[in-house]
Design a protein around this ligand. Structure first.
Ligand code: NAP
Length: 287
């Protein structure tokens, strides 16, 4: 079998085009431009690259850009003060605090200063609680993008066996919640899982989000499964993921490439969350 490739670049383009239309409609209806605030602390090179990509995509969608780059030795009180200002700024529809933060800053305390309606990364305790309860809220971008990719490929989730490798707050755990809400029978594997291949081979839908290059080989995959590779690794050969793409393509039914898979969809989902946040604010103030 040769797996069908789920083209994240194309799906992201379609999503971004829809967001651009919504931003234009919002501006016509309300006479102002929704904005995305990005906060980068320190000089982590990967964080800098991600923030630049997000800002560029946001600008292309017509969103206003409010970027803040703080030095790595900034105090937590200073970051908190900036987040509070952005929370009160009506021009800012969404706030993204780029992670990881430098050592010494309390990520949970800072993320939780973002108001739930501006939390376009879906990482506040409040939004994660809404997700756990299955209530409407802003969902974390990477897992939400993964679900969009599965839906676009026509992969059935209701009743499917899903295995998520990774249990992080950012990816693995919310991905499992979203799959559960869609009727999948979900197993979360992690670094302590015994016989990983035995667990992942049960999966009709396998999400690899361990951050270990090439962790998932053909022996980990049930023939015909949908394999979504969230991992991103910079190597001398270029970007690779957690899945051995060429070998697993011979076994899987669907597969996502790296690059050109989950990464572009994550950014597209951030933009979709930002316009949704702007629309929801208007809806809640006019109701
Ligand atoms: P993370 O916080 O480091 O979490 C990794 C998870 O994988 C942990 O739960 C860990 O288990 C588990 N794990 C580690 N080694 C394992 C192994 N050998 N077998 C099974 N499970 C293992 O990472 P993350 O933030 O979730 O990110 C995961 C990957 O996705 C990274 O490569 C990251 O760069 C990438 N990523 C990509 C996007 C995108 O847009 N494409 C977005 C976010 C992240 P324990 O909990 O037991 O330690």
């Amino acid at each position: 079998m040769t797996a069908r490739v789920i083209d994240g670049t194309q799906l992201a383009k379609e999503s971004r085009d829809r967001t651009t239309e919504r931003v234009t409609a919002f501006r016509s209806a309300h006479g102002r431009t929704p904005g995305l605030a990005t906060v980068l602390v320190g000089d982590d090179p990967a964080g800098g690259v991600y923030v630049r990509r997000k800002r560029k995509a946001a600008a292309e969608a017509g969103l206003a850009d409010f970027h803040h780059h703080l030095p790595g030795d900034v105090t937590e009180a200073h970051v908190a003060g900036l987040l509070d200002e952005l929370a009160d700024d009506s021009r800012v529809s969404g706030i993204l605090l780029q992670l990881p933060l430098p050592a010494g800053l309390d990520r949970h305390a800072l993320v939780d200063r973002i108001p739930v309606g501006k939390d376009v990364d879906g990482l506040t305790t409040a939004n994660q609680g809404l997700l756990a309860r299955g209530l409407p809220g802003l969902r974390p971008c990477t897992p939400a993008g993964v679900i969009t990719m599965l839906d676009s490929a026509g992969v059935s989730l209701d009743g499917a066996e899903a295995v998520v490798v990774g249990r992080s707050e950012l990816v693995g755990h919310p991905a499992a919640e979203l799959l559960l809400r869609r009727g999948a029978t979900v197993t979360i594997a992690h670094s302590r899982t015994r016989d990983l291949a035995g667990v992942t081979r049960r999966a009709d839908v396998l999400i690899a989000a361990a951050g270990v290059p090439g962790l998932i080989g053909p022996g980990h995959v049930k023939p015909g499964a949908a394999v979504i590779d969230v991992g991103i690794h910079r190597t001398e050969q270029g970007l690779t993921g957690d899945v051995a793409f060429a070998e697993v393509s011979q076994v899987a039914g669907w597969i996502t490439p790296v690059p050109g898979g989950v990464g572009p969809m994550t950014i597209a989902t951030l933009l979709a969350n930002t316009i949704a946040a702007a629309e929801d604010t208007v809806a809640s103030t006019t109701n």
